[in-house]
Design a binder for this molecule. Structure first.
Ligand code: PHE
Length: 329
């Protein structure tokens, strides 16, 4: 026994360890033979031997396991040393992406509103006439439909021209209070330095019981949001028109390019228009069967924000997948 334990202590690898295990506890092992012998004994003799070999077995197994762990640990640290790699190699090939500038901007905007307790809603990109226009107080022959150059499918289906249909879908599917944003792609027949046929918008909608939501609430959250996005800019609300909000406003910030002294980007006005908003029109509430409620809504173009934040002057460069451009973000 002592002899076996001494041999075990000398062992340095798993193979030799296993060989010793077989020699002791295998089918023909010395310990196994003792157990077989036990069967032919009786009485005191049997009891004495049983106690002895069981103690022996326990001692051997314990020593075996300890040794095995020790060898494994040793092998692992040897492997780690041998297999360590030079992490400074290939850095030029392994570029880490921080995401597309449009998504970076979208995430930053979403972060603000999620922190302000807004939830996120989505809607289909292929919309029907009712959700994209009709329910938003843009009836079939309303001149406002001209404002949106729409991609139509058959049977009054179309590619949504804005994220506002998500307002309608969210109201139809939820109970008050509603406090949601809806980011996503939208489509219009437009293509120039500030327009692309596919772009992204983010809609905001807050609805609660009658008289609970006012223009002041809207103004507060948008001012806070624009300072979060653009820092110390001046902000103005300009009276405007949208069929689905009444009253409506467009919001401008002082030009981030020339600090309001006048430049080509702000057409020498010192102001940049950044979003549309207003108090939800009663007609929209009627379309979804809401009574005695109040609410505000706003909508903004993500690409426009990305262009202003990164001082990009051609929106199309976001979608040309030119790495020389995208790598700069
Ligand atoms: N849907 C409008 C647009 O696409 C933006 C908007 C949304 C305006 C919500 C007011 C309220 O221009």
């Amino acid at each position: 026994m002592q002899d076996i334990l001494q041999r075990l202590a000398q062992i340095q690898n798993l193979k030799a360890l296993d060989e010793l295990r077989v020699e002791v506890m295998g089918k023909k092992g010395i310990l196994t033979e003792q157990f077989i012998l036990l069967k032919s004994l009786e009485g005191d003799e049997k009891r004495t031997l049983a106690t002895k070999i069981n103690a022996y077995k326990e001692q051997f197994e314990h020593a075996l396991n300890t040794k095995r762990e020790q060898i494994l640990k040793q092998e692992m640290s040897e492997n780690l040393i041998q297999q360590s790699i030079d992490a400074s190699l290939f850095t030029a090939l392994h570029k880490k992406s921080k995401g597309h500038p449009v998504h970076q901007t979208m995430d930053r905007i979403i972060d603000f509103f999620v922190n302000m307790d807004f939830s996120i809603s989505t809607g289909p990109l292929v919309e029907d006439d009712f959700h994209n226009f009709e329910a938003l107080n843009i009836p079939q022959f309303h001149p406002a439909r001209d404002m949106q150059d729409t991609f139509y499918f058959k049977d009054s289906m179309l590619l949504r021209t804005h994220t506002s249909p998500v307002q309608v879908r969210t109201m139809a599917a939820s109970k008050l209070p509603i406090r949601m944003i809806a980011p996503g792609s939208v489509f219009r027949r437009d293509y120039d330095v500030t327009h692309s046929p596919m772009f992204h918008q983010l809609e905001g909608l807050v609805v609660d019981e009658k008289n609970r939501i006012s223009f002041a609430n809207l103004k507060y959250i948008l001012e806070d949001f624009l300072h979060y996005m653009f820092g110390d800019v001046r902000i103005r609300f300009r009276s405007s028109f949208f069929p689905f909000t009444e009253p409506s406003a467009e919001v401008d910030i002082s030009c981030v390019f020339c600090h309001a002294s006048g430049c080509r980007v702000c057409s020498h006005t010192g102001w940049l228009e950044v979003l549309g908003c207003g108090i939800v029109n009663q007609k929209v509430f009627d379309a979804v069967g809401y009574k005695d409620v109040s609410g505000y809504a706003f909508g903004l173009g993500i690409e426009r924000f990305a262009m202003l934040l990164h001082q990009v002057n051609d929106l199309r460069s976001f979608f040309e997948t030119d790495l020389r451009v995208l790598e700069q973000f």
